[in-house]
Write a protein that binds this ligand. Structure first.
Ligand SMILES: [Zn+2]
Length: 485
């Protein structure tokens, strides 16, 4: 080694050391700075709130009432209306300022829904094969006596396009794209859902543009119990409205198997009705801030659910957790500087009219909306929270994660998208949005099915979610300054 080389190496080493020292200094600086904003009193209160949430069954009791006493809460239904009244009364009872804000919502009512294969290879004479299916929300009806047509199976939009009108017109199209169960098992169920749900959302109109008589989608979910998963979709303006349903994964496989052997004809009957829009409400309940009542932190979930189950996971749990956050803060006598606003959104599932209407009515106040939290991914154990927020504000949240660590919820993640469908319009307007990061590996097994019922919720895990939301909301509402935008 020459002297020159050694000296060059030393200067490289010096540069590395200096970089490390600078990084450490920066780390220390960013460690110290956020912590300074959290007074010892605030940290103590956050810990008390955390512990109180974990030992409270308030959220579970609320959820049980919504699911078991009231039942499914599809927009426009009597149960949805009852749920609005119930949440409003309960929030008044614990001492919040409550108002109902009007939202016009669609009123779609499920009817009969049956499917039978009436022709297929190897068929025993005079028999049919039952197909388990459910109408997608908003579907138009078939003739009362049903329709009968040959089924064509596709695995993608490209596949459908390659068939062209000649092979699709007059037929029932089955979109047979699989939900990626392995991806779900690895903790990315929402991404698996995002991939497959495209066919539920856009399939009916894509099929109708080629003249299809009806559209079926392989259920978007991970269950193996022959459960159909309903869900919303939209008819495109440039396509006829055709009946649309989801078949179970098992029945999609059955149909695909038989279609490979020869023509398969399906008799399909769906008799849902679309009634005129009705007046419904977002429930808005304020725990007023002591210093800046005009500054708002939203805690929320959506009160409407699909009609097949009782909407325990989707999203009674989110509403119950938001209710509990306010109830605990009230019960412990804490006084947040800013207003904590509980919102039970209406119509997330089939129109998003609650979120849209709130954004329309409150856009002048968005500068004072400090953050919006929504929980809408079930009630599984939370490992932390994610935030769609700028990096400076994100760093300020670290001390919150340290408090949540003791229940295994210490992870924080800066995300790239709005943290919830109802808070999406706020997010678009620049309001930071946050959500607990739930373990949702099994969420899509039950999502939008008849099996989304109270028993799927583990009381302890629901309480852990309430702890995350309560501590997060209270901390943000109590910092010396609003989160920077
Ligand atoms: Zn939901």
């Amino acid at each position: 080694m020459t002297i020159k080389a050694a000296s060059a190496n030393r200067s490289v080493l010096a540069a590395i050391l200096s970089a490390i020292i600078t990084a450490q200094a920066n780390a220390q600086e960013s460690e110290i700075k956020p912590a300074d904003l959290y007074s010892p009193k605030l940290i103590t209160e956050m810990k008390q709130l955390h512990n109180a949430a974990l030992s409270s069954d308030y959220a579970y009791v609320q959820l049980a009432h919504l699911c078991n006493n009231i039942g499914p809460r599809l927009s426009g239904s009597l149960q949805a209306q009852q749920a609005v009244q119930y949440v409003a009364a309960e929030m008044r009872r614990i001492g919040l300022d409550v108002r109902l804000e009007k939202v016009m919502v669609p009123h779609w009512v499920r009817g009969a829904e049956t499917g039978e294969l009436v022709q297929f290879a190897g068929q025993a004479p005079n028999t049919t094969h039952k197909i388990v299916l459910t109408a997608l929300g908003g579907s138009v009806e078939t003739p009362a006596e049903g329709l009968t047509a040959e089924v064509v199976v596709v695995d993608s939009f490209d596949h459908l396009a390659s068939l062209g009108r000649g092979k699709v017109a007059g037929k029932v199209v089955l979109f047979n794209a699989r939900f990626d169960k392995q991806m779900a098992a690895q903790g990315f169920a929402l991404d698996a859902y995002g991939q497959a749900v495209a066919y539920r959302g856009a399939g009916p109109s894509a099929a109708a543009r080629l003249g299809a008589a009806a559209s079926l989608v392989r259920s978007v979910g991970g269950a193996d119990y022959r459960l159909p998963h309903t869900g919303g979709f939209g008819y495109a303006g440039d396509a006829p409205k055709i009946p649309a349903a989801a078949v179970t994964a098992e029945d999609a496989d059955l149909i695909a198997y038989l279609v490979a052997q020869g023509p398969v004809r399906l008799h399909l009957t769906l008799t849902p009705k679309t009634l005129p829009d009705v007046e419904s409400y977002n429930v808005i309940a304020d725990l007023k801030g002591s210093e800046h009542p005009e500054q708002v932190i939203i805690v929320s979930g959506h009160l409407d659910s699909w009609d097949l189950g009782t909407g325990a996971l989707d999203d009674g749990a989110g509403v119950a957790v938001a209710m509990q956050a306010a109830q605990l803060i009230k019960r412990l006598g804490f006084r947040p500087k800013r207003t904590i606003r509980v919102i039970a959104w209406m119509n997330e599932e089939n129109g998003l009219m609650g979120g849209r209407t709130y954004a329309e009515n409150h856009k002048a106040e968005f500068a004072n909306h400090v953050a919006a939290i929504e929980s809408d991914l079930g009630a599984g154990h939370p490992v932390g929270f994610s935030a769609h927020i700028n990096s400076k504000a994100f760093e300020l949240l670290r001390p919150i994660a340290r408090v949540l660590e003791s229940s295994g919820a210490g992870i924080i993640r800066q995300s790239q998208n709005a943290e919830g469908a109802d808070v999406w319009p706020l997010d678009t307007a620049g309001v930071p949005t946050l959500a607990p990061i739930q373990d949702h590996r099994t969420y899509f097994n039950y999502h939008h099915t008849a099996a989304d019922t109270l028993d799927k919720v583990v009381p302890r895990e629901l309480a852990e979610n309430a702890a995350v939301v309560a501590v997060l909301a209270y901390a943000i509402a109590s910092l010396p300054e609003p989160l920077p935008r």
